[in-house]
Design a protein around this ligand. Sequence first.
Ligand SMILES: [Zn+2]
Ligand SMILES: [Zn+2]
Length: 162
Amino acid sequence: MRAVRLTQVGKPLEEAEVDRPEIGASDVLIRVAACGICHSDEHYRAGISRIDHLPVTLGHEIAGWIEKVGADINHVRSGDRVCVHYLAHCGSCKFCVRGLEQFCRTGEMIGKHRDGGYAEFVKVPGRNAFVLPGEIPFEIAAIMMCSSATALHALNKARLKR
Ligand SMILES: [Zn+2]
Ligand SMILES: [Zn+2]
């Protein structure tokens, strides 16, 4: 499949031909419909935000169709429109069970620590795929999962009252 990858910090991204990911029992394979370009992606490319594993397919603001699901996945099925939570986390540690998965010690950022959505397909843990309401276009859904979620979390943390 085709992918757009960061191969060297400070250099432009490169188009590459890579293997389509194999999924495990708890994963899903997504056919990418839209993937946002985040300021973080620019930081990785410029070396402002450190990235250790190169080459890597960037892109963590992902929306698309479920192509294939692992044996343990029941909440989505092939053909579903989904958007993706960008942090692959264990789901069972003391942080994850409290909804604080950003502190999960084994957490991996999709599109940084593992291949992301600047590709025809992306593999993500099934728990990271959320069914997308039909009225939300892929382009909006993709960036919603990062920029809107970040802003919403900040507002919640600030305990803003109406
Ligand atoms: Zn982002
Ligand atoms: Zn965890």
